[in-house]
Design a protein around this ligand. Sequence first.
Ligand code: ADP
Ligand code: MG
Length: 354
Amino acid sequence: MYILNIVKITLKAVTVFLLSMAVVMLSSCSNPSPRFERYLGTVCFVNLYEKGRPDYYDEIFDRLKQIDEEFSFGSVKSDVYRINAFAARESVHVCDDVFSVLETAKKISELTGGAFDVTIEPLVDLWRINSTTPHIATQDEIDARLPFVGYESVILDPALKTVRFAKDGVKIDFGGIAKGFAADEIAKICKKHKIKRAVIDLGGNVYVFGVKKKGELWNVGIKNPEYPDSAPLIKVSVPQLSVVTSGIYERFFEKNDKRYHHILSPDSGYPVENDLYSSSVLCSNSMVADALTTAFFVLGREKSLEILPAVEEGLGLDIAAVFIAKNHSVYFSENFPYSKKILYSDWRIHRAHE
Ligand code: ADP
Ligand code: MG
C-alpha cells in the first residue's frame, strides 16, 4: 500500500514550517509581522522584522505570485507551459525571469556533468513522486524516456530571449531551481527598500538577509532527516546567505518498504540511491544553492567535493556544502567557513574526505 507522504506533508506543512522557522530565528528577539502564502508548490514565509510594512510585503508576495505564474505547469499562459508545448517545433520567446533561470540551469548542468538537468521532466512525469498518484516506473518505461533527458537539447538565444529544443519529446522542469530564484528576487526587493534584516524561507529554501540586531550572525537549522519535524540536526551561524537542502525525507512515497524519493538520476532514470540523507549548500546566490543541492545529491559526497573548486570558479561564487549520511555521519566541505554545531549526540562530524 502506498503511504502518501506528500499528502501528510501538505496537511502538516504549516506546522512543520513554523517549527523550522523557530529554528531560523533561534536568537532573534522580535517577530512582529511575518507573512506566509502558498506559491511554487510550497509555503513561502517572509519576515521583514521592524521594516515589515504592508506595502513591502505586498510587493514581495506579488512578485512571488508573478514568478509562480511564469513557472507554473498548470497554466496554459505560463512560459514553462509554452516552452514544453512548442519549443520542439519553433523558437519560443520567454520572459527575462525564465530565460535567466534557464541560463543558470544550463551552466550548472555543464559544471556538474549533467547531474542537475532541467530537462528531467519526462522522468518526473513518469514517476509522479510529488503527486497523489505516484508510479513505480518499469525499466522499459524509463528506457523510453531517457533519450529525451539531456540539457544539451535546450538551445538558448540570448539576443532574442528564445528557447528551442533540439528534438521532439524534450521537456523542462524547474522544481530544482525555481524556489532559489524566487528567494533571490525577494532579497533584491529587501535590498531596494534598504530593509535591515529579513528571513525568507520558501519551503526550506532559506535566505537570511542583512544583519541581526547587535551585528549577530543568523542561526540556521539543517533538519534531522530521521526526525524532520523535530529540532534540527545541525545549527550553522552565518552572515547574509542562502542555505538550501535537498533530501530524501520530504517528498517521497514508499511501497513494500522501499522508498522512492524525488531526486532523480538523469543517467539511470531512477531515484538516486546512495549513502546520503541530504545535501546542503550555503551560498550568496540562492538559485545556485538550490540547483547545486540537487546536483550534489545526485553526485554523492566524494564526487561533489572533488568538483566543488571548479564549480566555485565557474560561477565566481564561494560555495560551502554539508552532507548528511545515513550512517549518522555529517561531512562539511573543506575549510567550511561558518561555525557549526551538531545538536544530537548520536551523530558525528567527519572530515570532508574521510
Ligand atoms: P525540493 O523541491 O524538495 O526543494 P530539490 O531542490 O532537490 O528539492 O528539487 C527536486 C525537484 O527537482 C524534483 O521534485 C524535480 O522536480 C526536480 N529534479 C529531480 N531530479 C532532478 C535532477 N537530477 N536535476 C534537476 N532537477 C531535478
Ligand atoms: Mg534543489
